[in-house]
Design a protein around this ligand. Structure first.
Ligand code: SF4
Length: 506
C-alpha cells in the first residue's frame, strides 16, 4: 500500500484579537539592545506588552542548525535558534498551552532574492520541530508605514506605530555613534557604558510617554515638526559631557559594513567584533540602521524614472519620494545637531549608487545590494576610515557577489584596506586573526598620520598636553574635534590643539 503523502501547508497564524492584547506579549528581536529598548518604549506607549528576545548567544547557532536547513545563512540560523531557545525555556517554565496563548512573535518580512524573504519559513519550520505549530508569528513589511491590523486586530501596524519605530531607530543610531566615538578615548573605563545605559533609559521614557497627535499624515507632520525628541537628545548630550576623554592617541578608524543583521548585531553572532576591534586599539565607525532605511526609501526612484513612458504618474511618485527623503534627512540631521553634530552624517544614496555602478549594478537586489561596494568606495574617497571591515555571513549569496566585485575594486584602488570577514558563528579565531592582519596595517597608517600631524604642528606631545590643560571643554565627550583633513581623531586633535596653542601665543 502506498504511504500517505503529507502535503506542504503554508504556516498560517491563529488570529490575535484586540481583546487578547492586554494578556499577550509581543516578542521581537534582531537589533541591538539600545534599538530594542527604544522600540519597546514605542510599543508600551501604544499599550502593547512587548519584550525583546534575549541577545543571541553562541548556543543559538547549534539550536538553529538542529532545526532548519544547515546550509542556511548564519543570520537565519542564529535568529531561528534564538527564538526556539527562548520558547523552549518558556515551555519548560510555563507549559506549552500558556506559551502559545501568552506570546506572539513580530518579525520583519520582505520578498527578494536572499533568504530574508524566507526567514519566517525557517521560523515556522522550527516551530513545527519544537511542537509549537500553534504559536503565532506575524510579519511586518519593512517598506510600508500603514499596513492596517493583522489577523484578529490585536496588532495594528499603523502610522503612530511605524513613525514611532522609525524615530526610535534613528535616536538609537545617533546614540550608538556617540558611544563608539567616546569609548575608545574614555579616561575612566566603564563610564561610556554607564552613561549610555542612563541615556537609553531616559529615551525609553521619552518614547513611552510620546504624545500621539494626529492620524495618518498628521502623525508624520507632528513627528517632523516637534521639538519633543531633540529636547530629549539635548538632555542626553548634557549627560555625555560628564565623560572625560583623552583623544591624544593614534587609533585607526575602522568602518564596519556587511550584511544587515551581522553588521548591526553586538554579541556572539559576529564574535562581538566591534568590541574586539576597540580592545585591539581601533575606533569603530558603526553601521547605522538609518542607512538601510534610506536605501529602501531611495531605491524605487530609478525604477520609477525608467517607467515614465508607461506610467503617467511616475514623475509625481518620484516627487513624493524625494519629499519624504528630505523629511527623513532633515530629521536625522536635527537629531545629530541635538548631540553636538558628533554623530556621522548619512551618506548620499545617489553618490553611493554612482560609485558602485562600474562594479555592481544597483538592480542586483538582495542583502545590501550595491551598497557594500558603494559604501567601501564612499569611505575611501571621503577619507572616513583607515580600513573597512566587511562582515559576510557564511552561505550568503548577495554578500558573496559583493566580495567578488570588491576584487575588481581593489585592483583599481590597491591602497584601500579591506577586510572581508566570513562569519560562520563557530570559527572565531580564524575570522579575528584575518581581521587582525589588515588591522596591523591600519594601525601603522594611523601612527604615521599621528606622527606627521605632530611634525606639522611644530609642538611636542608634552607641549600639546600642557596646551590641552587650558582647554578643559576639549576633554569632554561632547566636544567635536574639527576636521583638519586627517582620518583619525587623534591626528585632527593634535592639529586643533596646535592651532589653539598658536592662537594663545599670538
Ligand atoms: S543577505 Fe545573506 S545573510 Fe542576509 S538574509 Fe539574505 S542570504 Fe541571509
Amino acid at each position: 500500500m502506498q504511504a500517505a503523502v503529507n502535503h506542504y501547508e503554508r504556516y498560517r497564524p491563529r488570529p490575535f484579537t484586540r481583546e487578547e492584547r492586554k494578556d499577550v506579549t509581543i516578542l521581537f528581536g534582531g537589533l541591538t539592545w539600545k534599538h530594542e529598548r527604544l522600540v519597546q518604549g514605542v510599543m508600551h506607549n501604544l499599550n502593547y506588552n512587548a519584550e525583546p528576545l534575549p541577545n543571541v548567544v553562541r548556543e543559538d547557532l547549534d539550536t538553529g542548525k538542529e532545526l532548519i536547513d544547515v546550509g542556511a545563512c548564519c543570520p537565519t540560523i542564529f535568529t531561528t535558534g534564538s527564538l526556539a531557545s527562548f520558547l523552549k525555556n518558556q515551555v519548560a517554565a510555563q507549559g506549552k498551552e500558556e506559551v502559545q496563548k501568552k506570546y506572539v512573535f513580530l518579525t520583519a518580512g520582505a520578498c527578494g532574492p536572499c533568504r530574508f524573504g524566507q526567514y519566517h519559513e525557517s521560523y515556522s519550520m522550527a516551530l513545527d520541530q519544537i511542537g509549537l505549530r500553534d504559536f503565532r508569528m506575524f510579519l511586518m513589511a519593512q517598506n510600508e508605514l500603514d499596513q492596517g491590523s493583522k489577523d484578529g486586530g490585536g496588532l495594528d501596524i499603523n502610522m503612530p506605530l511605524s513613525m514611532g519605530l522609525v524615530w526610535a531607530i534613528l535616536c538609537a543610531d545617533v546614540l550608538t555613534d556617540l558611544e563608539y566615538l567616546t569609548r575608545p578615548y574614555e579616561a575612566e573605563p566603564g563610564t561610556t557604558d554607564r552613561v549610555l545605559k542612563e541615556s537609553i533609559e531616559h529615551l525609553y521614557q521619552v518614547f513611552r510617554k510620546r504624545p500621539v497627535r494626529g492620524k495618518k499624515w498628521g502623525v508624520l507632520a507632528w513627528h517632523y515638526l516637534t521639538d519633543y525628541f531633540t529636547e530629549a537628545l539635548g538632555e542626553v548630550r548634557r549627560k555625555w559631557d560628564s565623560i572625560e576623554v583623552d583623544r591624544l592617541q593614534p587609533r585607526p578608524k575602522v568602518k564596519v559594513t556587511g550584511e544587515f543583521w551581522l553588521q548591526t548585531h553586538e554579541g556572539d553572532g559576529n564574535y562581538n567584533i566591534k568590541r574586539w576591534l576597540e580592545q585591539e586599539g581601533a575606533e569603530v565607525i558603526p553601521p547605522p540602521i538609518a542607512v538601510w532605511l534610506d536605501y529602501l526609501l531611495h531605491s524605487p526612484i530609478e525604477r520609477m524614472l525608467e517607467r515614465r513612458e508607461v506610467d503617467k504618474y511616475a514623475s509625481v511618485k518620484v516627487a513624493v519620494i524625494r519629499g519624504l527623503e528630505k523629511i527623513y534627512h532633515r530629521t536625522y540631521n536635527r537629531f545629530r545637531k541635538a548631540l553636538g553634530s558628533l554623530p556621522y552624517e548619512l551618506p548620499d544614496q545617489e553618490e553611493i549608487r554612482k560609485l558602485a555602478t562600474p562594479f555592481y549594478h544597483f538592480r542586483l537586489r538582495g542583502g545590501e545590494g550595491h551598497m557594500l561596494v558603494g559604501k567601501a568606495l564612499y569611505t575611501y574617497h571621503h577619507k572616513k576610515a583607515h580600513m573597512i571591515c566587511e562582515l559576510s555571513p557564511y552561505s550568503c549569496m548577495p554578500n558573496t557577489m559583493s566580495i567578488g566585485a570588491m576584487a575588481n575594486v581593489l585592483g583599481k584602488y590597491p591602497d584601500l584596506l579591506y577586510a572581508p570577514i566570513e562569519v560562520k558563528g563557530d570559527a572565531e579565531v580564524h575570522a579575528l586573526s584575518r581581521c587582525q592582519m589588515i588591522l596591523t596595517e591600519a594601525k601603522k597608517r594611523a601612527q604615521k598620520e599621528f606622527d606627521e600631524a605632530l611634525a606639522k604642528s611644530g609642538f611636542s606631545l608634552e607641549t600639546l598636553r600642557r596646551s590641552e590643560a587650558q582647554l578643559p571643554e576639549a576633554r569632554r565627550a561632547g566636544f567635536k574635534v574639527p576636521s583638519y583633513g586627517c582620518i583619525s581623531t587623534g591626528a585632527n586633535y593634535v592639529l586643533h590643539l596646535a592651532a589653539n596653542a598658536r592662537r594663545a601665543a599670538a
